[in-house]
Design a protein around this ligand. Sequence first.
Ligand code: AQP
Length: 346
Amino acid sequence: MTTQTFPSRVFSGVQPTGNLHLGNYLGAIQKFVALQADYECLYCVVDMHAITVAQDPDELRRTIREVAAAFIAAGVDPQKNAIFNQSQVSVHAELAWVLGCTARIGWLNRMTQFKEKAGKDRENASVGLYTYPVLMAADILAYRATHVPVGEDQKQHLELARDIAQKFNNDFAASIEKHGFGDAFFPLPEPLIQGAAARVMSLRDGSKKMSKSDPSDQSRINLTDDADAIAAKVRKAKTDPEPLPSEAAGLEGRPEAANLVGIYAALAGVEQAKVLGEFGGGQFSAFKNALVEVAVEKLGPIGAEMKRLVADPASIDAILKRGAERAEAIARPNFEAVKDIVGFVR
Ligand code: AQP
């Protein structure tokens, strides 16, 4: 175990793979906003991850800009933080190769997201989908980032990134020391996964996470949904016939009710107990009306600002370019050091 301390730095990414939704917002983007006050932050639109499954090129370009717009509309300050798309900083791909030689096949075989996304036709999945977690480790470690705000579904990938960092530090311990980096070159990045909505579930099925790739648009609240769409989706959200409980224990075995209570708590910024204290014993319809109100109040301005920002793609492209230059300035010297450590001539 390293005794080394690393300067605090936050990195996280979001894939431009479709409609950004409430889960992406509560699980990740809302935390991005909160962290900028205390940390140096890099927020990345991970377009290279997106092409691990087929994408329409024009739609991909549009969605890259839309994700950047969502960061800014939610409150990430592009002057203070680097907002950029992954493919503009080639160190991500270069470091992924080196770390792919550190990671073990057995580790990747255990990744549940690959199994879910590849489904039954695993032989036909792209190699990129399989090695995705190695690229994600490279995304984080290119900046020697110490903290990674993500939703709960990314926990296993974060653990893999830590294992890769640890193995690299061990495998090259002598060279790391020789090149003046002490007893560890990479920090072991800490996942920041917390809060009532670290895992937001589908509005149609409380056992499935809310996801961009769910074919049913009714399953998720998109950040660009207007007030009418939000109201219709919340009112149609699956529930059960019981009234809401007054205590958390009463949510046991009721995933849809627990999900809606968690969403309300996260959007209103209150504890789950307070929500149950206020709505417990009452009918779902009254609670859903209150949920619509808080969702529209919180998401309405973000959606409107996203639409305004994407109407000016040149301005977003300029932000992405500037962000990529800032990111490159951190990642490039780190990768040059990696080359020295592994023994490449440069
Ligand atoms: N349902 C969720 N609840 C909480 N957090 C979530 N995140 C995603 N879904 C939820 C978090 O959002 C960040 C960005 O996710 P991503 O776009 O990089 O990939 P993903 O996790 O695969 O998200 P989706 O929406 O499910 O996309 P598709 O359908 O394309 O796979 C991450 O921090 C993630 O944890």
